[in-house]
Write a protein that binds this ligand. Structure first.
Ligand code: CAA
Length: 260
């Protein structure tokens, strides 16, 4: 499908989704959010896509947040609708049964940082700046920032970042665990694709099961989480990929996974 603000390209089994609204640093207005929703739906349904990289167009920004111009005249009801719509799209990204890597090529602020938080792994350019500046606008994060940031970096750092509205650089983001890799600007997309390809080369059903176990496990007790893990572990034993993976190891050859 053709989009106005989103480009989807393929590199083998990896889909690269680029948000392209450069005049406003790729800010997410309702159109972008709707297109993101549609494109993520399509990528989820495409069994040939085994990994997704999300990035921003241009030199300056990954995504500079939700569109502030669109928010200024919103009332409470409209704001709740905006938040729940955006949250639903980001949750859809988080629940994709394939790895999703954020290639953070520049500013990842507000909704942009929240988009990165919904991805599985984050690669940042050395020049990237991250933060949740919503309080500087008199509002709070609405695309999951108060929930996912604290889960990723802990309550204290999340509160510091969200209450101050301050931006941090990529090295600081790496230090606090907000991103997993920092690379030179020109290497950020290649590094994200490389990671996605490594993951895409494994048994896709196993990677999806591991993703479910980790994400769902963080929302429940340890005891329930362990039960959930055992259940997902069991499911992988009903796949052809499990027979292929274990046989390939024993036969000293490379496995060829089919996702079945
Ligand atoms: N919404 C709408 N427009 C935006 C925008 C946003 N989030 N971020 C940048 N822009 C626009 C600017 O208004 C500007 O437009 P004009 O050329 O028409 O003036 C253009 O993009 C370029 O931006 P700047 O001139 O400001 O560029 P800069 O290099 O001086 O500063 C920046 C870059 C520090 C990222 C700055 O643009 C900025 O602070 N942006 C806003 C960041 C922000 O507050 N994001 C949070 C939004 S709220 C949110 O996301 C809520 C939520 O959780 C859902």
């Amino acid at each position: 499908m053709e989009y106005k603000h989103i480009r989807v390209e393929r590199d083998g089994a990896i889909a690269i989704l680029t948000i392209d609204r450069q005049k406003v640093l790729n800010a997410l207005n309702h159109e972008v959010v709707a297109e993101l929703d549609q494109s993520v739906e399509e990528l989820g349904a495409d069994s040939e896509v085994r990994g997704v990289v999300i990035t921003g167009a241009g030199e300056k920004a990954f995504v500079a947040g939700a569109d502030i111009a669109e928010m200024r005249d919103l009332d409470r009801k409209g704001a709740i609708r905006l938040a729940t719509t955006g949250q639903a799209v980001l949750s859809k990204i988080e629940r994709l049964p394939k790895p999703v890597i954020a290639a953070i090529n520049g500013y990842a602020l507000g909704g942009g940082c929240e988009l990165a938080l919904a991805c599985d792994v984050r690669v940042a350019a050395e020049s990237a700046k991250l933060g949740q500046p919503e309080v500087t606008l008199g509002i709070i994060p609405g695309y999951g920032g108060t929930q996912r940031l604290s889960r990723l970096v802990g309550k204290g750092k999340a509160k510091e970042l969200i209450f101050s509205g301050s931006m941090i650089d990529a090295q600081e983001a790496l230090r606090i665990g907000l991103v997993e890799h920092v690379v030179p600007r020109e290497e950020v997309l290649a590094k994200a694709i490389e990671l996605a390809k490594t993951m895409a080369g494994q048994g896709p059903l196993a990677v999806a099961a591991a993703k479910r176990a980790i994400d769902h496990g963080l929302d429940i007790s340890l005891e329930e989480g362990l039960r959930y893990e055992a259940d997902q572990f069991g499911d992988t034993f009903e796949t052809k990929d499990k027979l292929e993976g274990t046989s390939a190891f024993l036969e000293k050859r490379k496995p060829s996974f089919t996702g079945t």
